[in-house]
Design a binder for this molecule. Structure first.
Ligand SMILES: [Zn+2]
Length: 295
């Protein structure tokens, strides 16, 4: 029964016949007042750029569904999710995955309404106290994610990019970056692999993780306005089939034409003088282990 219902959920999840319900459950990652205050100020608008991004990108791939995903804000969860193992040992990862799915099911049991299709546990951290974040991850099995982000309105755009990246993992999208510097992989990790000249790119492919500025540098997008779903990711989440037409051109908006930030991809990404992350830490691990789970 579990196998059947899990299969049915997954088949339905990428049929794109009706909206997928996604709930963001905030968690205070460091117990600080700063983080508590930030979580208190969250509202559904905080995440509206995710819905808008999915609407615009789905349309570009010819998906007729008006609103592919509907995001809701769940109640605060007062417990941290089980910590994933450090190693990629398949037995350890499998056991953790099982624990995590069990934890997720029980921790939301007192939340109002029916359970959503996708559950994203978003763990907030005060950037002053925790300049480097733990790895985020998205799990296709169970359609769950743990996303570590900063409790700061200045990080809200980047937070939504990372949340979307992990959400797409739950739908079967794979990472498209690699190497010691976690650079987007050419061509599939590039939003515009045919662009001439190739660099700098204007957008990040959402699973490529960053905007390629040169063959050796990439920078975090400031938000989903600087992100696109590439063709391979679109195929993985079944917005496109392998023989289908290429997507239409991105819709240009005024906000997209702002100048790029200076290249500091080899230096830590900083915000208000605080080192946030030396690599795309929120994207650094995610599903390499998660996708190969089997127990
Ligand atoms: Zn990832």
């Amino acid at each position: 029964m579990v196998v059947i219902s899990s299969y049915m959920t997954r088949a339905r999840s990428t049929s794109w016949q009706e909206p997928l319900w996604v709930t963001v459950y905030p968690i205070n990652g460091d117990g600080s007042d700063v983080t508590a205050d930030y979580i208190e100020r969250l509202d559904p608008d905080t995440f509206s750029s995710i819905e808008q991004f999915m609407i615009g990108e789905a349309r570009r791939y010819g998906v007729s569904l008006q609103r592919p995903v509907r995001l809701e804000l769940g109640r605060l969860i007062e417990e941290l999710p089980p910590v994933p193992p450090e190693s990629a040992n398949p037995v350890k990862v499998g056991l953790w995955s099982l624990r995590f799915r069990w934890w997720a099911r029980s921790i939301i049991s007192d939340q109002p309404g029916p359970p959503p299709d996708i559950k994203l546990f978003v763990v907030y951290h005060d950037p002053e106290q925790n300049p480097v974040l733990a790895h985020s991850l998205g799990l296709q099995k169970g359609m769950l994610g743990v996303v570590h982000v900063f409790a700061s309105s200045r990080a809200a755009g980047t937070n939504n990019f990372v949340i979307t990246h992990e959400m797409l993992h739950t739908l079967g999208a794979t990472d498209k970056y690699a190497g010691a510097k976690n650079l987007p992989i050419y061509p599939h990790g590039y939003a515009a692999p045919d662009q001439i000249p190739l660099y700098p790119q204007k957008y990040a492919e959402v699973m490529g993780g960053r905007i390629p500025l040169s063959a050796t540098d990439a920078t975090m997008p400031q938000g989903l306005k600087q992100a696109r779903v590439g063709l391979i990711t679109a195929r993985e989440i079944r917005w496109a089939d392998s023989t289908g037409p290429e997507p239409g051109p991105p819709v240009e908006k005024a906000a997209d034409s702002r100048p790029h930030r200076p290249d500091h991809s080899s230096a830590p990404l900083s915000m208000a003088g605080t080192v946030l992350s030396s690599t795309p830490a929120p994207l650094a691990r995610s599903s390499a282990a998660a996708h190969s789970l089997g127990e």
